[in-house]
Design a protein around this ligand. Structure first.
Ligand code: FAD
Length: 387
């Protein structure tokens, strides 16, 4: 077993809520050592970027491609944060074309998708780099150790200290723990981690902490939308019909078309080498099941391209896709929470030195990046005033 890693603060998860929290907490002057422990290969979580070994040079945002802010109360906290990111050139206003497709090639004049209402922003680099840049802009003293490809399976709390144990046997000890994902509190952990008790429940038994009991009970009712994304690496001869110049172009299917084609959104992402990447999103459960059940995945993908071509058959901007370099997939079992968000009052459990952030809290932007950012900002303010 490796030597224990001892930290002042450990954060499980390296998604955008975690990065916003850590960055803002550092900005407020926190001077302890921080561990960010992430199961994936890089930061960003559900808003990250696929860097493919098989398709060198490509970077495709395979989760959330951009983000939007449309809080109604003109929340000063988030607006100030967004302005800082704009000033630092970490993000920019998304200049992309967003087209909502209806039957018979009609384009909706108003975009109904909750992902594109209000002000849309893109990373000036990639979505994974967005999370990294958010942290870097305040990590002047190099206070963070990153542990990638490290999945925490077990939590223990003893003598005011947390011990986290990863799948590969690494132990972390910390005074304060942040869970920047609901996984270790939610019933889906039983299946995903192949364990017989929710890890946080095991660490803090029932009736020991009212807030933790409440969160676990409320989360029991929260469920997740499954999404599957197909990443299409086209060949260099594939381009738009027109001379569109922006990096991204979004096509959203209205409800009727979603029912017919089973696709939700199709996002074109121009690469540095000028090739066009296409990320096709679906949240249709039958379609996703069909994909996983299909024995011949190559045939399934060929049929997918046939449908793509049928959808865009008379579309003035999109050429028929005749051949491609590769198609890979990403299955997001928990792409977005639905149901009720967890109340903000439960974000910090003072009795056990543990706190939480993520899009699963009941902030404006629940289930989206807006909510994840807001939860990270709010948490850093709360912890700063408490400790
Ligand atoms: C396909 C798709 C499209 C989307 N489109 C949009 C969009 O257009 N606009 C929008 O606003 N939102 C969109 N979303 C939602 C958006 O991505 C999320 O709301 C946001 O990224 C959530 O950030 P987070 O930090 O709360 O959680 P996450 O990004 O999920 O971060 C949590 C991290 O914790 C890690 N983790 C969890 N448990 C452990 C453990 N035990 N050990 C180690 N690491 C662990 C996970 O690997 C993950 O990286 C989309 C999501 C998906 C999947």
């Amino acid at each position: 077993m490796e030597k224990d890693n001892i930290y002042d603060l450990a954060v499980i998860g390296g998604g955008i809520s975690s990065c916003v929290f850590v960055s803002n907490y550092l900005k407020k002057g926190f001077d302890g050592r921080i561990a960010i422990i992430e199961n994936g290969r890089n930061l960003g979580g559900r808003s990250s970027t696929r860097i493919s070994f098989a398709n060198k040079g490509w970077k495709l945002n395979h989760g959330s491609p951009n983000f939007n802010i449309f809080n109604t109360s003109h929340n000063k906290l988030i607006n100030t944060f967004i302005k800082e990111l704009l000033d630092l050139n970490i993000i920019q206003i998304d200049p992309s074309e967003i087209i909502e497709l209806c039957k018979d090639n009609i384009h909706n004049s108003e975009i109904s998708s909750v992902f594109h209402r209000g002000a849309n922003y893109i990373s000036t680099t990639s979505m994974s780099e967005l999370s990294q840049n958010i942290i870097t802009c305040n990590n002047f003293k190099n206070q963070i150790d990153y542990f990638f490809q490290t999945l925490i399976l077990k939590l223990d709390y003893e003598k005011n200290q947390w011990t986290l144990t990863s799948k590969n046997g690494i132990k972390f000890k910390t005074k304060f723990l942040i869970c920047a994902s609901s996984l270790l509190l939610h019933k889906r952990s039983l299946d995903i981690l192949n364990i017989n008790q929710i890890p946080l429940r095991k660490a803090i038994p029932i009736n020991k902490d009212k807030k933790i009991d409440k969160i676990i009970n409320l989360l029991y009712e929260q469920d997740y939308i499954h999404r599957l994304t197909f990443l299409i690496y086209t060949k260099s001869n594939y381009s738009y019909k027109d001379n569109y110049k922006n990096k991204y172009r979004y096509f959203i299917l209205n409800n009727l078309l979603q029912e017919e084609y089973k696709f939700e959104r199709i996002i074109f992402q121009k690469q540095k080498n000028n090739k066009l990447g296409i990320v096709l999103h679906t949240k249709n459960n039958e379609f996703i099941k069909e994909y996983f059940k299909s024995i011949n995945k190559v045939r399934f993908k060929e049929k997918l391209i046939d449908k793509f071509n049928e959808l865009f058959a008379n579309e003035k901007y999109i050429n028929k896709l005749m051949e491609y370099q590769d198609i890979s997939t990403m299955s997001w079992r928990a792409s977005q929470p639905y149901g009720s968000g967890i109340p903000e009052s439960l974000q910090v459990c003072e009795d056990h030195n543990i706190a939480f952030c993520g899009d699963w809290f009941d902030f404006e932007g629940f289930g989206r990046i807006e909510g994840a950012i807001l939860s990270g900002l709010k948490l850093s303010n709360k912890i700063n005033s408490l400790y």
